[in-house]
Design a protein around this ligand. Structure first.
Ligand SMILES: Cc1ncc(COP(=O)(O)O)c(C=O)c1O
Length: 484
């Protein structure tokens, strides 16, 4: 039991209590609904293109937006500025050794840079990479190297409502069958901790062990994307009997010991910036090493500032503290339970990273070709000033005939950067989503007006298929009067 679980409320309420206090704050502003309508239009109905001046709560992502601790800020002041041989890099390597148990470290400027180096080193044209599920940048990097991705989640992993505690598990029978047929074209298996695109859902240690066994049997590398490993370790402790009494440190070391290569975005895992690749196998290290000076920078900074490197070292150690990494999952669980109480469709069980609202359940009248998750993200911003992220078909790609590849799920992700929001802000999110749910029939679809060919969700611009945004704004004014 961690410290928070030991504190019970007299009222019996299950309130996610904070084990930190706020010492540095940033002023926020909520623009009126008329300005929000102008802003979302100007942004092409794409929340990525909003300016934070136009946003009240920024729930776009936890990437690079987690709150830093006083210890991290303090460490940043002691950074050792050197092009080569920096002591800051030594401190980061020591922390990675302690927390992930890996010896050979390659620094990179962020998670996708690690993917560039790993997939350029190991994936060639015609290769197939099995994984529990893809992440957008992972898919793009594998494809750019001529490879294909095969997703091997268990069948119920994509069900919105589920009580499966480990929806991020790989289906071992499917993996075996796939390798028996196509093993010769498989350079590596990738497992993603707290599988981002299906709702921050973890895999179990038992499942990772099974994947390891198969990787050994077929002589294939196992690569672990550890960008959200802290939350996955937290869920293993909460949900997997064998680990109920284990420390987060031991779980993290156990997970990493099963992988040949571990990589991560430290924008996520260590509440800082940057990223790294690590391994205990010198031959893999040597193969990847040559690409680091080419794309990232010298081997002791890899595109990061030394201050970020220091913050990463401290942030990684803080990841082993259950009250730190459990903070967003407990707030997410709180919001998920509140939304379920209003019958609003959300992904369950509550995962890490964010609360994921099921846009197809929320807006069943919008066809996937008109992007229900994108429409819900835009509509929710309009009625609340809260910026979430579309994780659906807008975040997908087109096939060779130019048709949208429809996403398995259409989700509005409301990310919970670690230790950033208060409970009253979470209650505001609940309130505005509840109101929107009562007016859901007013929300219509979107269509692209400018569509980049790669990672279109970042910069693409869309428009509403009708005047639904104006009608939604009028309904808001009718119900809320002068209220923001
Ligand atoms: C699971 C996962 N892998 C890789 C990345 C890419 O990391 P970055 O944004 O630092 O490039 C992310 C980013 O969100 C992620 O969630």
């Amino acid at each position: 039991m961690n410290e928070i679980q030991k504190i019970r409320f007299f009222s019996g309420e299950n309130i996610p209590l904070e084990m930190h206090k706020v010492r540095v704050v940033q002023k926020l502003h909520l623009p009126p609904v008329e300005e929000r309508l102008q802003a979302i239009r100007r942004a092409g109905f794409n929340t990525f293109l909003l300016n934070t001046r136009e946003v009240y709560l920024d729930m776009l992502t936890d990437s690079g937006t987690n709150a830093m601790s006083d210890a991290q800020m303090g460490a940043m002041m002691q950074a050792d500025d050197a092009y080569a041989g920096s002591q800051s890099f030594e401190r980061m390597s020591t922390a990675i050794g302690e927390v992930f148990g890996k010896r050979y470290i390659l620094p990179v400027h962020q998670g996708r840079a690690a993917e560039n180096i790993i997939f350029q080193s190991f994936v060639k044209t015609g290769d197939i990479v099995p994984m529990n599920y893809h992440f957008t940048t992972t898919l793009a990097h594998i494809q750019i190297n001529g490879g294909k991705v095969v997703e091997l989640l268990a069948d119920d992993a994509l069900k919105i409502k589920s009580d499966n505690p480990f929806k991020g598990n790989m289906d071992i029978a499917k993996l075996r069958a796939m390798l028996e047929k196509q093993g010769a074209s498989v350079p590596l298996i990738r497992m993603e901790a707290s599988t981002n695109l299906i709702g921050g859902q973890p895999f179990s240690m038992a499942n990772l062990r099974e994947v390891r066994k198969i990787a050994d049997e077929f002589g294939i590398l196992l690569v672990l994307d550890a960008s959200l490993i802290g939350e996955n370790a937290y869920f293993i402790k909460q949900r997997e009997e064998e680990f109920k009494k284990a420390s987060i440190s031991d779980i993290l070391l156990g997970m990493c010991a099963l992988a040949d290569i571990v990589y991560f975005s430290s924008r996520k895992v260590s509440s800082s910036r940057g990223g790294a690749i690590c391994t205990n196998r010198p031959e893999l290290f040597e193969k990847m090493k040559v690409l680091v000076p080419l794309y990232e920078g010298f081997l002791t900074y890899g595109g990061m500032s030394v201050r970020e490197i220091e913050a990463m070292a401290v942030g990684l150690r803080e990841t082993t503290d259950e009250t730190v990494i459990g903070q967003s999952p407990s707030f997410i669980r709180y919001l998920v339970e509140r939304l379920e109480a209003h019958q609003i469709p959300v992904v369950t069980p509550a995962g890490g990273l964010g609360c994921h609202v099921d846009a197809m359940g929320f807006l069943p009248h919008i066809r996937q070709q008109e992007y229900p998750a994108g429409a819900l993200a835009a509509a929710f911003y309009l009625v609340s000033g809260v910026r979430g992220m579309e994780r659906g078909t807008v975040s997908s790609i087109r096939d060779e005939h130019g048709n949208d590849i429809l996403s398995d799920a259409e989700l509005l992700r409301l990310a919970f950067p670690r230790r950033v929001f208060t409970l009253s802000q979470v209650k505001y999110v609940e309130d505005r989503l509840h109101w929107l749910y009562t007016k859901r029939d007013l929300v219509g679809g979107l269509r692209f007006v400018e569509e980049p060919t790669v990672l279109r969700f970042f910069m693409g611009r869309l428009e509403a298929v009708s005047d639904w945004p104006e009608r939604l704004m009028e309904a808001f004014r009718a119900d809320f009067g002068d209220s923001l």
